[in-house]
Write a protein of this length. Structure first.
Length: 209
């Protein structure tokens, strides 16, 4: 009797395990089906301005992959950019020194429809790594990228910058802008109001409801 009872229990456990595996597979497949990606390829108008210190072009061909989820009740589409989705080539700022930009954590935001085009907001932890000779100096910034308007001041708040973005057009061309107060020990542009323009085109964008 005990053997039969144990055998029945084992079969129940096996059936339950199989059912859970099927549900997990269905859930994973649904999540993958809901998430779609679009790649922003930067063009020659993408650059970083360190105020009066320097303006550095972001190399053309740099790419950022955006992951789009299912539309929310308010009509927005959630956006995620993971660190591995960013492929921005190092920027030469002075002879012998470059700055590489990466993400310190997944960036999140939204895609919405508006009368002027598709608006994108993205909140990111940007890591700027200065490589000068053998030294490497990473600095992290909390940055808000937007297709609307970005604003920042210098450390002493005596100067400011305002830069306007461009929502995605019918051809999926877009300009995302972000601005920040540079750290006093940063290079170039220590303590200045700096900004970036991510100009380029998406290979695909969803249409918000």
């Amino acid at each position: 009797m005990r053997r039969f009872a144990f055998a029945r229990l084992l079969r129940c456990v096996q059936r339950s395990t199989a059912a859970v595996a099927v549900l997990l597979a269905l859930d994973t497949g649904l999540a993958m089906a809901q998430e779609q990606t679009g790649t922003l390829r930067l063009d020659a108008d993408a650059y970083v301005s360190y105020s009066e210190s320097a303006t550095a072009r972001i190399p053309s061909g740099s790419t950022i992959r955006f992951r789009f989820g299912a539309a929310s009740a308010d009509g927005s589409i959630p956006v995620t950019v993971r660190p591995e989705d960013v492929s921005i080539l190092p920027i030469g700022v002075t002879e012998g020194s470059t700055i590489a930009y990466t993400l310190g954590a997944p960036a999140t935001g939204t895609l919405r429809s508006s009368s002027g085009g598709k608006q994108i907001e993205l909140f990111a932890t940007l890591v700027a790594t200065l490589r000068e000779n053998a030294e490497v100096s990473p600095v992290a910034y909390q940055l808000h990228f937007t297709t609307r308007t970005a604003y920042a001041t210098n450390v002493s708040q005596t100067e400011s910058v305002t830069v306007d973005g461009v929502p995605a057009t019918a051809s999926n061309h877009v300009q995302l802008v972000g601005a920040a107060t540079n750290r006093p020990d940063a290079f170039p542009g220590p303590g200045e109001a700096v900004y970036a323009i991510l100009s380029g085109s998406f290979d695909w964008l969803p249409v918000p409801p």
